[in-house]
Design a protein around this ligand. Structure first.
Ligand code: OOG
Ligand code: NI
Length: 445
């Protein structure tokens, strides 16, 4: 492979996604199976549907596409995560509160780091769903447990100072020279490897009684990649093929149902966490071998991004159970219908053969409409995915007060602007209209 002599942020991002995928494939062999099956499904869909299969992204983009999930404990840790991803041109987008996204007990709030402009997404769309614990939420943690948890988290180092220094340099200089880029990639990948140090058994089990996710985050001295998710063009087919291979999937595909109309937002499914060997230090100081079920495999199919109006309809349909029947009453079954009702985002591209001409017909005749792919996540689906490693419910005392957390709070913790996904889609569509209008020499609209 040829290596550039200077790595721009997107090249760091693409190389990091590959390096993380290689590392995770060694750690979790079932992930490699999932990749194989995903590639088979995608190749079959392209064979069967031809160009139509690539309406929501070229087969090259879709085949390379992944999202990751990580979990950290404190505002200081998530601010460091933001620096590492900032080096790769990945910015925090969206605020997700998983504490009451469903009946589950997941004491975290989240954002997603991803590229935000179109050219960058086209180069490599790698995104990472990033969750942080809320130890101050009394529904989960007593004041005493909160204090011990914060103490434990405050004493650990997830990201080495050399890594953070390289990240800051990359962000300031718009990339890194080869030698520094390699070192950055090595340190960044290493930061997400599964820790080998013995886990304090009593501490881990105490947290696990509250929430398996709390134990995974705050029960160990390092962090790790929780899953890496390939994108498939036919998730129902993938689900069936995985079950046929004897891999038990969670009960359902999360998100919209399978139906004949356009795919919107995101459909996801996963298999349950697998036992991985870990060592524990018992209260008497003995080191014993045991296993933990924390990491799992997930796969997703992406559809068209919805406007706020479309999203409100989506949420209402999901609340009604999201059956194909409900879906047909909620959404039009064509892209044109989504446009007419203002439900989906579409960009406007001038057909390449068209010369700028004097026109009285406006944009419509010269211009091709392209769907905008949903680049974000769904809180309810995320809560369902978190369940993939919850062996039991944990405990949550609903009579206690939750800690107030919102997008502004998250932005403060990150020390950066937190982008609103709807604003990003709207800006992308507006930019496409302006560019098309300029090429055609007409006023937009
Ligand atoms: C994250 C769960 C959410 C998704 O794709 O919605 C997620 C986690 O388990 O840490 O990854
Ligand atoms: Ni995920």
């Amino acid at each position: 492979l040829d290596a550039p002599d200077f790595y721009a942020p997107w090249q760091l991002r693409a190389a990091f996604a590959r390096s993380l995928s290689d590392m995770y494939g060694h750690e979790v062999p079932a992930y490699t199976t999932l990749l194989e099956v995903s590639h088979e499904v995608n190749a079959d869909v392209v064979r069967a549907r031809g160009a139509d299969a690539e309406r929501l992204g070229s087969i090259d983009r879709v085949t390379a596409e992944r999202h990751g999930a990580i979990r950290v404990g404190t505002p200081a840790e998530i601010a460091q995560v933001a620096r590492v991803f900032g080096a790769m041109g990945m910015h925090p987008v969206g605020f997700y509160d998983l504490r009451d996204a469903s009946s589950s007990s997941v004491p975290v709030i989240s954002t997603a780091f991803r590229p935000i402009d179109r050219a960058e997404l086209a180069r490599n769309p790698f995104r990472v769903f990033t969750s942080m614990l809320v130890p101050g939420d009394r529904r989960f943690f007593s004041a005493d447990l909160q204090a011990r948890l914060e103490n434990f988290l405050g004493a650990r180092t997830l990201f080495r100072p050399e890594l953070l220094a390289l990240a800051d340099r990359a962000e300031a200089d718009g990339g890194l020279p080869t030698a520094e880029a390699r070192e950055f990639l090595r340190l960044a990948t290493g930061a997400f490897e599964l820790g080998r140090e013995p886990v304090d058994q009593a501490w881990y089990r105490e947290l696990e009684a509250v929430s398996a996710v709390a134990a995974d985050i705050g029960g160990v001295p390092s962090t790790h990649i929780n899953h890496l998710t390939p994108r498939v063009l036919d998730i129902d087919d993938l689900y069936a093929r995985m079950e046929a291979r004897g891999i038990t999937m969670i009960d359902a595909i999360q998100g919209p149902p399978l139906w004949e109309g356009p795919d919107v937002l995101l459909r996801q499914t996963s298999f349950r966490a697998l036992a991985e060997p870990r060592t524990f230090r018992t209260p008497t100081g003995e080191v014993v071998r045991d296993s933990l079920r924390v990491r799992f495999g997930e796969v997703e199919a992406r559809g068209i991004a919805l406007t706020r109006t479309g999203r409100a309809r989506y949420d209402a349909a999901i609340a009604q159970g999201a059956t194909p029947g409900v879906w047909r009453e909620t959404f039009p079954d064509t892209e044109a219908g989504l446009v007419e009702q203002g439900l989906g985002w579409f960009t406007y591209e001038v057909a390449s053969s068209v010369e700028p001409v004097e026109t009285t017909t406006g944009l419509s005749t010269m211009v091709r409409r392209e769907p905008v792919v949903y680049e974000d996540f769904l809180p309810r689906s995320a809560a369902g995915i978190f369940q993939s490693n919850l062996t039991d419910e944990g405990s949550k005392d609903a009579s206690q007060a939750g800690a107030e957390r919102d997008a502004d709070w998250m932005s403060g913790a990150l020390g950066r602007e937190l982008h609103d996904p709807f604003d990003l889609y709207a800006a992308q569509v507006a930019a496409s209209r302006d560019a098309a209008a300029t090429r055609l020499g007409v006023d937009p609209e």
